[in-house]
Design a protein around this ligand. Structure first.
Ligand code: SF4
Length: 411
């Protein structure tokens, strides 16, 4: 099945909770996590048939994906491949899927660098969508080296202009931010802002050991040793965080909304999704914005407030939701706790609230920290405070929590 719940984007970027994945992306970005994670991905005929059948018949199906479509939730196309990469052109694969989704009234949000069929897709649309266009440099030589199958930067600018002329909403990903590739972030941001781009997602590159092991010599050479080391060990390379900060400042100075995963600042980066998709999943950034509007530095946040913010915005009922907690809990045990496969979203949020090893745990967002007491004589051991239900609680730290998930708190 090519259409799946967008498990991994929960609370961080999946405003639309479904994702559609096609062939290995022939844009061949050397840093692409999706290509490195699944280097042999290929659309099989039976998967395509199953997906087309689901899109045609979702109103009569019982799967969670069908239920989400029945409720009016939309599809991200695509998080793991570019719908307009040449590898997805065979038999007009992407255009057929877009045409069918449009016919069925299924909302779509696009993530792309563009491609030969992108304009054809734009002409097919009879409604506004959010388009996320990623780009990481203004230097075309770097693009040819690290993104050899992707459109040039000038072609991406032209496509953004076409999208805006057609009334579409456009945000960008300045992603990945690599100091060697981005000598003048302000020039890039000013140009994007002039084109009418409303916001920019700024994120550095992260590569795991496994992803680097899966790299081909061409990809290693394209990135170079220094960039790979920066991506594997960002803590050893303060120049990366500095470049991210400069780029974020450039985004703001150009008048766009800025977003980075788990940021402490309020932001309206997700406003285009809010204006175009009545049915969508809430984001942690919404809660960050809520706290900036309603709380003071040092205020406490207890589980019921977090729960009552998110649960009314999520589907009700008991479902197989454990996959939201990523592959490491496929066996059901996380941090010594047994996590059931089936649960409600309230149950899922309660795990997320308690276990800071889950990336979506609010304590991993820069403006929240777990209320705790430093154990005397230790460098980094904390005794966590808990409430009457034995749950931890958070402290709002609008200026950041010193990179720790804990903060000293005394009753
Ligand atoms: S365009 Fe996106 S999906 Fe395609 S190779 Fe590049 S990063 Fe991967």
């Amino acid at each position: 099945m090519l259409l799946k719940t967008y498990w991994g984007g929960f609370l961080h970027n999946s405003c639309l909770p479904l994702e559609l994945t096609l062939n290995l992306c022939s844009h061949r970005c050397a840093y692409c996590f999706a290509n490195l994670n699944s280097p042999n991905r290929k659309v099989e005929d039976e998967d395509l048939d199953a997906t087309l059948n689901l899109l045609q018949d979702f109103r009569n199906r019982n799967s969670y994906e069908a239920w989400l479509l029945q409720q009016g939730y939309g599809v991200v196309f695509s998080n793991k491949t570019d719908p307009f990469a040449v590898s997805n052109e065979r038999a007009d694969l992407s255009l057929r899927l877009i045409e069918l989704m449009q016919l069925q009234g299924i909302p779509i949000a696009f993530q792309t660098k563009g491609g030969r069929k992108a304009m054809a897709a734009l002409k097919m649309l009879d409604r506004q969508s959010v388009w996320y266009i990623s780009l990481a440099t203004l230097d075309e030589d770097i693009v040819r080296r690290v993104e050899p199958g992707a459109p040039s930067i000038e072609e991406r600018f032209e496509f953004i202009a076409s999208l805006k002329a057609a009334g579409q909403e456009v945000v960008v990903g300045i992603n990945p931010v690599v100091p060697d590739w981005l000598s003048d972030p302000q020039a890039l941001c000013d140009r994007l802002a002039r084109l009418g781009v409303s916001g920019a997602w700024v994120q550095s590159m992260h590569l795991s050991h496994r992803q680097v092991e899966n790299m081909k010599p061409r990809e290693m050479e394209a990135l170079g040793e220094r960039v790979i080391h920066q991506a594997m060990h960002p803590d050893l390379h303060p120049e990366v965080a500095k470049c991210v900060d400069l780029t974020r400042a450039a985004v703001v100075a150009s008048g766009m909304e800025v977003y980075s995963n788990q940021q402490r600042e309020a932001s309206h980066f997700f406003a285009p999704w809010k204006s175009l998709y009545p049915k969508r999943f809430p984001q942690m950034q919404d809660f960050v914005n809520y706290c900036h509007a309603n709380k003071q530095d040092g205020d406490l946040i207890h589980w019921p407030e977090f729960r009552d913010f998110f649960v009314p915005q999520l589907p009700q009922g008991d479902r197989g939701l454990r996959d939201h907690l990523n592959a490491s809990v496929a066996v059901g045990v996380l941090n010594g706790k047994w996590i059931p496969q089936r649960m409600t979203y309230e149950g899922l949020l309660k795990w997320i609230w308690q276990i800071k090893e889950i990336p979506f745990c609010p304590a991993n967002t820069e403006c929240f920290a777990i209320a705790a007491d430093k154990i005397p004589g230790t460098e980094s051991d904390w005794e966590v405070w808990t409430d009457e239900d034995d749950l931890p609680f958070l402290v709002f730290c609008p200026n950041g929590s010193d990179g720790s998930a804990f903060v000293q708190w005394n009753p």
